[in-house]
Design a protein around this ligand. Structure first.
Ligand code: PHE
Length: 449
């Protein structure tokens, strides 16, 4: 019998998976580069109209069968069980994500450590510090990556309840407390008003680009919404297989989405308060905003800046770790079920893969080795990010929609959902999952490639 979460444990663990570097890093960066409030508005609309619906679809596959991803797809298919079972292998996407994701958590660990002592006082110095770390400092990177790697696999090795649930039960509230304290502190700055306007006062002019609708903005918002809800790589499905009976799946999903949005907005307010306070540019790509600008901005505050930087990176560490742990579970669960091996052995195979590919990601930034890890002009880190977010996740979401909408017996879905969303709610959801969601996602995907 599969171990089960407690009800609150499920919400915290799923929210822990959802709330991660996606909210802490991608969200503020994308809001900054995509013109602020209108992007948030689009993100909210798409989260509720598309991501919420597909999330429920993925959840239903896990909850109804209580099996690993491959087993779940094949059990629910009446015909072509083996072929549908292959859809479960989208979980490999989660393993690919963790390879580069844990490298970033390693950087965060390094920044917690160095923020105790010094903060670079100009943007140039902060940029140089970050470049030195990724292109020249293999020993720091490997040390931090290895520590992060050990933490992740140690927690997953403890299982659903005493590993994953327990970690989330204390890290998620701790993350919240840190964010609230930092947010309260941000209130005292003039930059807070600028941040607030930037995030909440819509400037619809960004929706139009050269006289036509800026579709890229819409696509980016949808992509972020998927990534930040951990969808399309069987994480939702696998966690749902451990859902306690009689859980109100709608309420739980809405709570998870609400927490996810809230954390993104809190992060955005904190980051942009300092950006506006010190007149930096909100429009920055990649690691610029968090690892470069914010560091030099914090240095304006003296010792308080050090405390704030440490608190900020600890919050990021918690957010990242709870997400990383969720990426390992789908494949581990599959290996254990399929081959009857122990949890430890399954994790050992996964760990070897993650360590090797994680190391490649680190070497891919190094000045001497990057040429060996560059493909199609992109570093292996960027390739993995691109492959998972822009290809695997959307394709998997479309497959999930088709599977849930047309293959899974309707009565099973009705039994799961109707107690919580009534007959009309169910009909609307089914219409979305059958037609609206796959079509919209297809458009996004084709535009992104
Ligand atoms: N949702 C996580 C974040 O926002 C990333 C993630 C993607 C986690 C896929 C699990 C699976 O950072």
């Amino acid at each position: 019998m599969r171990e089960q979460f407690s009800k609150i444990g499920f919400i915290l663990a799923m929210a822990g998976s959802a709330v991660g570097l996606g909210n802490a890093w991608k969200f503020p960066t994308m809001v900054g580069t995509n013109g602020g409030s209108v992007f948030i508005l689009l993100y909210l609309i798409l989260t509720f109209l598309i991501a919420f619906m597909v999330f429920l679809g993925e959840l239903s596959i896990g909850k109804i069968t209580r099996k690993d991803a491959v087993g779940a797809f094949s059990e629910l298919a009446n015909k072509g069980k083996n072929i549908w079972g292959l859809a479960g292998f989208f979980m490999i996407g989660a393993i690919l994500i963790i390879c580069f994701y844990s490298v970033v958590i390693g950087w965060i660990l390094k920044y917690i450590y160095s923020s105790f002592f010094t903060l670079p006082n100009t943007t140039d110095a902060a940029g140089a510090m970050f470049n030195k770390l990724i292109s020249d400092d293999l020993s720091s990177q490997f040390t931090c990556f290895t520590i992060v790697f050990i933490m992740i696999f140690w927690v997953v090795s403890k299982g659903i309840k005493s590993g994953i649930e327990r970690m989330n039960v204390w890290m998620m509230p701790a993350l919240f407390i840190l964010l609230i304290l930092m947010l309260l502190y941000s209130f005292s700055f003039n930059g807070f008003a600028g941040a607030f306007n930037f995030l909440f006062k819509p400037d619809f002019s960004v929706l139009v680009n050269d006289g036509s609708l800026n579709t890229e903005l819409i696509l980016n918002a949808l992509g972020l919404s998927f990534f930040s809800l951990s969808m399309g790589v069987c994480v939702v499905l696998t966690y749902a297989a451990s859902l306690p009976e009689n859980t109100n799946v709608i309420k739980s999903t809405l709570s998870i989405i609400f927490i996810n949005i809230l954390v993104g907005i809190m992060m955005g307010l904190i980051v942009f308060t300092f950006v506006f306070e010190y007149g930096a540019s909100p429009n920055q790509q990649g690691p610029g905003l968090i690892f470069v600008s914010l560091m030099s901005l914090f240095s304006n505050l003296g010792i308080i800046g050090n405390i704030l930087a440490v608190a900020f990176f600890i919050a990021l560490l918690f957010a990242g770790l709870t997400s990383a742990v969720s990426m390992v579970e789908p494949f581990a669960f599959y290996l254990i079920n399929k081959f009857g091996i122990s949890r430890k052995l399954a994790l050992t195979y996964i760990a070897i893969f993650v360590y090797i590919f994680g190391s490649f990601c680190i070497l891919g930034f190094h000045k001497d080795y990057s040429i060996y890890f560059t493909f199609f002009g992109k570093s292996i880190f960027d390739c993995l990010d691109y492959l998972t977010s822009n290809i695997l996740m959307p394709v998997s979401a479309i497959v999930t929609c088709i599977f849930v909408g047309f293959v899974v017996e309707k009565c099973k879905l009705e039994e799961l959902f109707i107690p919580y969303m009534k007959e009309t709610g169910f009909k609307i959801w089914l219409f979305f999952i059958r037609f609206i969601c796959p079509i919209v996602i297809l458009v996004i995907m084709l535009k992104n490639i």
